[in-house]
Design a protein. Sequence first.
Lengths: 311, 249
Amino acid sequence: MAVLVVSEHNNSELLEVALHAVTAASRMGGPVEMLVAGSGCAGVADTCARVGGVERVLLADAPEYEHHMPENIAPLIVGLAEGYSHVVAAATTYGKNVMPRVSALLDVAQISDISAVFSEDTFERPIYAGNALAKVQSADPIKVVTVRTTKFDAAGIEGGNAEVENVEAAVSGEGSRFVEQNLSQSNRPELTSARTVVSGGRGVGSAENFRMIEDLAASLNAAVGASRAAVDAGYVPNDYQVGQTGKVVAPDLYLAIGISGAIQHLAGMKDSKVIAAINNDEEAPIFQVADYGLVEDLFTAVPALTEALKA
Amino acid sequence: MKILVGVKRVLDPYVRAYVKPDGSGVDLSNAKMSMNPFDEVAVEQAVRLKEAGAAEEIIAVSIGPAKSEETIRTALAMGADRGVLVEGERNLEPLAVAKILKQIVEEESAQLVLLGKQAIDDDCNQAGQSLAALLNWPQGTFASGVELEGETTKVVREIDGGLETVELDLPAIVSVDLRLNEPRHASLPNIMKAKKKPVEKKAAGDLGLDLEPRMKILNVSEPPPRAEGVRVGSVAELVEKLKNEAKVI
Ligand SMILES: Cc1cc2nc3c(=O)[nH]c(=O)nc-3n(C[C@H](O)[C@H](O)[C@H](O)COP(=O)(O)OP(=O)(O)OC[C@H]3O[C@@H](n4cnc5c(N)ncnc54)[C@H](O)[C@@H]3O)c2cc1C
Ligand SMILES: Nc1ncnc2c1ncn2[C@@H]1O[C@H](COP(=O)(O)O)[C@@H](O)[C@H]1O
């Protein structure tokens, strides 16, 4: 049986996270198919059709799906799920919102945030903020899975030549209405896919000081992240948060500045290839995971680092 | 209006989880246990809604071992009115939790259910959405803002790209994020009062629900540790290492 990947997109573009989900899905056994549910999203389906290894694309294009509300996307997926061994999505706020609704309607237990695929029914998933890894085997007939994108490479948008089939829009969910979205604007690379991430914590001290972090990030062409304390203090918006309850990142270089290294923060970045930390407290736990640690006041070290990188 | 709040007893967030040597799970014997931090936020929100006159009664539900009564008492001390303890020794999967919560929501005719966005032990992030599906109710997940307006609620959601606002008809499920509010500490008099508030006890096995686990935990292990790093003495040395040794800049 085939594996269905629920693709995430903004009606005009496929989001890269979906390509990571495709790679995970391709390890689950059967051929991979993709679902594109949205409004005016035929272009996204065409992109999916070109993804290597994807054999069929289902397109559910209807005004009701414009805002990807779980109340109507979930019944659509449930209606299609019977024909699949697995239904897979990235463990993003989109996947986390929709998929547990799907699994409950199918009366199966979702396997959340998998970090490895051992076989068609056996997966690895981090628990306790990544302090433990559980190897779990699902006995459910249809496996509903969300995927930790940093653990699977992105499939390429090349080599595929899938057919796009229209599917009937399912019941429209009632009782919920989209009001608005306030998306953060940034000219920096996207946090979860950037090769370099510069994150600031409470030590940075204020929103104005955070400019220093932005400048450093600019000199490295890096994305900007933050600890929860920095977000809570209002230095940066919520979508900058890295950690157990924020975003999970695994760049080639993660630079932690004025971040103590609480377990909840480490949960979101300790799979980075190289970690460097700047903190004036030599006892800060971040140094236990840092490949390179610099004990120094960030207000002198960060501008100096930015200068050195420009040179 | 009645509000139902789910409160799970979990390993305290500031305590390290140790994996048992036999790989069967995380060692919780003698570990400090607390209310799931997200659930504290849910209780706080319910109490604020009640204080604002938008709700009449708050019911705190916990599913777990007998000791989960302590977690319910904490919720009662914060301002919940009564508790329901569904006892079961096994750590139930979120699907089973959702089935139990559904039954209680229906018995109590609750109009609003506030849950945490995720339990910090299993990190599943499912129960709220699954409960919404089983009840066929709308959901507002990862809430950092909740307002009641007559028969509807407006929920601000923390999403990957920023914030999203949705409007839900009641009854509805809201799963809360940490930034929604700052949970209060219960005062001593309120802790004393909470001891007298009623807690109804049920056995999970008596509910007539299919709570069988769908997943077998084959093994739990520690993640491989990171190789020990080095201290650098200056910014110049850091740049040199990142360039020539790590080759990441
Ligand atoms: C359920 C739960 C979920 C959570 N989820 C997350 C999450 O997803 N992500 C997350 O990050 N946190 C999360 N947290 C919070 C976490 O526990 C920590 O409180 C938080 O990570 C601390 O952020 P911080 O390191 O910026 O602040 P602090 O711990 O206050 O550390 C600030 C650091 O800056 C250093 N510093 C100060 N001044 C300077 C200076 N001039 N120069 C150099 N260094 C300086 C200090 O030495 C210190 O180490 C969660 C907590 C809970 C309970
Ligand atoms: N055993 C439980 N008892 C009470 N509430 C629970 C239980 N398990 C989960 N919940 C609620 O569901 C939320 C999400 O849990 P989970 O899906 O397990 O991550 C938690 O924050 C709680 O509000």
